[in-house]
Design a protein around this ligand. Structure first.
Ligand SMILES: [Fe+2]
Ligand SMILES: [Fe+2]
Length: 158
């Protein structure tokens, strides 16, 4: 888990987590802190195993850790966070000397994590895991949340 180790120690990554945490201090809906990132990583890894996708575990976790790194920017100036996140993820991956092909795959997954149209298996599992990670069943703000009933996770699947 070399990539993950480097990401969680990276100063820019830590800064994005801090800024998002601050921006979400009073948010009643799903937050985007480290718990969400790891939930997404673990579910994405389960999906990879269930579907025999043979994607490197470190790469799955790295993409999940980075997928919402642009979230604070959306609160700041309404930039869609997958766009802001792709730019920031690129900077982080450059700083930790991530190999180019792997970096592009991860950046692409960050950029596509809110779109149903995914161009790689990694993108697809991050997209699915991100949605599956919401704990709507136990959420106090479920009634106020505008996600459609069909999109809410009202049963335990992962
Ligand atoms: Fe997101
Ligand atoms: Fe997310």
């Amino acid at each position: 888990m070399e990539l993950c180790e480097k990401i969680i120690k990276n100063q820019l990554f830590k800064k994005t987590l801090k800024k998002t945490k601050k921006a979400e201090k009073h948010r009643i809906f799903c937050r985007h802190g480290i718990e969400h990132l790891l939930d997404t990583a673990r579910i994405a890894y389960i999906l990879s195993l269930e579907n025999s996708l043979d994607i490197d575990k470190d790469i799955i976790y790295a993409a999940a850790l980075l997928h919402d790194c642009g979230r604070f920017k959306q609160y700041e100036d309404s930039t869609p966070h997958e766009e802001a996140g792709a730019v920031i993820a690129r900077q982080i991956l450059e700083q930790i000397d991530c190999e180019q092909t792997t970096a592009e795959l991860i950046i692409n997954a960050v950029a596509e994590h809110r779109k149903g149209h995914c161009t790689s298996n990694l993108s697809r599992i991050i997209f699915e895991a991100d949605k599956a990670s919401r704990m709507c069943l136990f959420c106090k703000a479920e009634k106020e949340c505008n996600h459609s009933k069909t999109k809410k996770n009202m049963k335990i699947i992962y």
